[in-house]
Design a protein around this ligand. Structure first.
Ligand code: SAM
Ligand code: FES
Length: 350
């Protein structure tokens, strides 16, 4: 093992931060040996904080209409080949009810930025879910909203919000998004979420077009400073109907390495082994857990619409039912010595 890189991983473990140049040295120089070393440090920390328990969150992908046009995303508004769908309020509730029966205690409502779901309507949906399942957490992942709308949703009972920063480098953000989207607005939204008392999740794709060790170092520095409660990170995967169709996938090994480094830097963080990680490798989510992840987020959407929420090509679990996904994951976790926990799975702040 390279002693300098091992020294940097140990320094991160002690000091919980690194200067920019040392992050770059790690990303440029690591091999399987340093990745496996980081995984062992990360897994020890995760076991101390969360034991052998893995939290599950059920995602309801309730609309694939989107007014945005992120260049990497399969449901961007310019994709004329996407078959659009919206779930009714009752259908969303039914997905949560079915999820509850199979042991989910967190529901994640995710969609494109779809103006058909006004804040009034979303408030009503959140209220209905919290009334039906008072022991459950509701997480929103609706893209950027104004502070007053986020405040109303919080008052209605929403507990958490996921909004990936995507990249902490403004000029990189502009290479990934159309002109009408703003880096500053996304960052302001993240600040608002924290101030409003949401458990806040952010994150980035690994190996997105134009990303490099320098932009990734800035992402880790941003995470260090922002201290999110959750970090969602998976490999970039191309989608055939986007401008990035011919771009290479993000690196599987780098994604795993980043998961371990995030766990070492933010010991209590809720860290999902993402669907994208399970798509790039059949046992990617198991490996994600072995590299420090402690959350899995399977799909609760009706099977009929799952293929339509296609953010990238070959997304997994689009044929399976809620129950099949739930028990498949249970088997996968048990195969590596972990078990699924039936609780809300809140951030632990010890
Ligand atoms: N509209 C909401 C938003 O913007 O936060 C939620 C939905 S959006 C599709 C959820 C996440 O999917 C994005 O934050 C992005 O990181 C990820 N994503 C989109 N396209 C992807 C791709 N081609 N490969 C990997 N992840 C992708
Ligand atoms: Fe809106 Fe991807 S462009 S969800």
């Amino acid at each position: 093992m390279n002693e300098i890189l091992k020294g940097l991983i140990d320094k991160l473990d002690r000091e919980k931060k690194l200067p920019h140049g040392e992050w770059v040295t790690l990303f440029d120089g690591f091999t399987d040996e340093e990745r496996e070393y980081a995984a062992s440090v990360a897994r020890k920390i995760a076991d101390e904080k969360y034991g052998k328990k893995i939290y599950i969150r059920g995602i309801v992908e309730f609309s694939n209409y989107c007014k945005n046009d992120c260049l990497y995303c399969g449901i961007r508004r310019s994709n004329r080949n996407a078959q659009r769908y919206r779930l009714t309020d009752d259908e969303i509730l039914a997905c949560c009810d079915e999820g509850y029966e199979t042991g989910f205690r967190t529901f994640v409502l995710q969609s494109g930025e779809d103006p058909a779901y006004t804040t009034d309507r979303l408030v009503e949906i959140v209220r209905r879910i919290k009334a039906a399942h008072p022991d459950c957490a509701v997480t929103l992942s609706l893209g950027e909203l104004e502070r007053e709308d986020l405040a109303r949703l919080r008052e209605a009972g929403a507990d958490r919000y996921l909004l990936r920063h995507e990249t902490a480098t403004k000029c990189h953000y502009e290479q990934l998004h159309p002109d009408f989207m703003s880096f500053e607005h996304r960052m302001k939204c993240l600040q608002d979420l924290k101030e409003l008392g949401y458990q806040t999740g952010t994150g980035m794709m690994i190996g997105a077009p134009f990303a490099n060790s320098d932009t990734l170092a800035s992402d880790l520095e941003f995470l260090c400073e922002f201290k999110p409660h959750m970090v969602g990170t998976g490999p970039f995967l191309p989608h055939k109907d986007t401008p990035f169709r011919d771009e290479p996938k993000g690196s599987y090994e780098l994604t795993l390495f980043v998961l371990s480094l995030v766990r070492i830097m933010l010991p209590n963080v809720l860290l999902p082994a993402t669907t994208a990680l399970g798509t790039i490798r059949p046992n990617g989510r198991e490996q994600g857990v072995l590299h420090g992840a402690n959350v899995i987020m399977p799909n609760l959407s009706p099977t009929a619409v799952r293929k339509k929420y296609m953010l990238y090509d070959n997304k997994i679990c689009t044929e399976d039912s809620t129950t099949e996904c739930r028990f498949c994951l249970q088997r996968r976790m048990e195969s590596i010595g972990y078990e699924i926990e039936i609780t809300r799975g809140d951030y632990c702040d010890d």
